[in-house]
Design a protein around this ligand. Structure first.
Ligand SMILES: C[S@@+](CC[C@H](N)C(=O)[O-])C[C@H]1O[C@@H](n2cnc3c(N)ncnc32)[C@H](O)[C@@H]1O
Length: 282
């Protein structure tokens, strides 16, 4: 008979080479199995752990030790202070995407009843956070991945913003009408097709990661299509080494501003463009 404390100590050793926070991860796996919260675990640390729970934990630890992502096991992820459901087959949200959401909020606060289109909604984190935080926003969120769209819809319902977001299966803007929209936002796949991914990332869908032979092909299409649809603002996440090629590509467009931003590691991570359509004929 082992206490939760002993279990945490014992199984932490098995994840020492997988994560730098083995104890925390074992606790998270236990909480997932017990359907309890951290406070409960700390209050019950010296209580006896059921044998069946230990057996289930042992299986999950073995799976996690193969570098299979923790988020896919516990099926939940935190983003912008909120909890979202996540499933394998859909990209796991990354903390740096919170910067993209913050940049969008800064621009959208000055637009009344904004209309936004998101390309590549994935689990829904970006559109849902904007819907939670911006009153009277209308969003069209597209993805080519049916599983992602279903999960995003589930997350939108969980956060009670399903009325503000229309989810559409579409390759870029192919199946949607985005004329008179104010903003396009996207965290598209932007990794070069031949890039060797770390083992844990190989469990995520390749259609969410790889953007083409060079990597920035989809980003360029999004720039082009946003401009063609006369959407004034475009906010995108991008690869740390793509600023130069994106800047060069942007030379053919009339822009009011093009601002690149960095992530918390100081790497180039995204951009915001304001297109200039003032010279266009009516
Ligand atoms: C990097 S993930 C971003 C997911 C989510 N927005 C996030 O930030 O966590 C890119 C998403 O774009 C979708 N995608 C890839 N190609 C696409 C295309 N041509 N049109 C629409 N969505 C696409 C993928 O299925 C994936 O869900």
């Amino acid at each position: 008979m082992k206490s939760y404390k002993q279990i945490v100590k014992q199984y932490s050793k098995e994840l020492r080479n997988t994560t730098h926070i083995p104890q925390k991860e074992i606790e998270m796996l236990l909480l997932y199995l017990l359907d309890k919260n951290t406070i409960w675990l700390h209050l019950n640390y010296d209580k006896v752990c059921d044998n069946q729970i230990e057996q289930q934990l042992s299986k999950l630890v073995q799976k996690r030790a193969t570098d299979y992502p923790l988020e896919y096991i516990i099926k939940k992820v935190s983003f912008f202070g909120e909890i979202f459901f996540i499933e394998d087959g859909v990209l796991i949200p990354r903390p740096e995407t919170e910067i993209l959401v913050q940049k969008a909020l800064d621009t959208l606060k000055d637009i009344q009843n904004p209309k936004v289109v998101e390309v590549g909604v994935g689990s829904g984190i970006i559109s849902i956070m904007l819907a939670i935080l911006i009153p009277n926003i209308q969003i069209i969120a597209v993805d080519i991945n049916k599983k992602a769209l279903e999960l995003a819809q589930k997350n939108a319902k969980y956060h009670n913003v399903q009325d503000k977001i229309t989810f559409v299966k579409s390759d870029l803007f192919d199946e949607v009408d985005v004329l008179e929209f104010d903003m396009c936002i996207s965290n598209p796949p932007y990794i070069a097709n031949d890039f060797k991914l770390p083992k844990n990332v190989t469990y995520e869908p390749s259609t969410a990661l790889f953007g083409g032979t060079i990597g920035d092909e989809l980003l360029k299409k999004i720039i082009e299509q946003t401009h063609n649809n006369k959407i004034k603002y475009l906010l995108c996440e991008m690869g740390y080494d793509q600023k130069e090629t994106i800047l060069f590509f942007l030379e053919k467009f009339d822009t009011i501003t093009k601002v690149f931003y960095q992530d918390l590691s100081g790497l180039d991570r995204g951009f915001e463009i304001e297109f200039n359509f003032s010279g266009d004929k009516l």
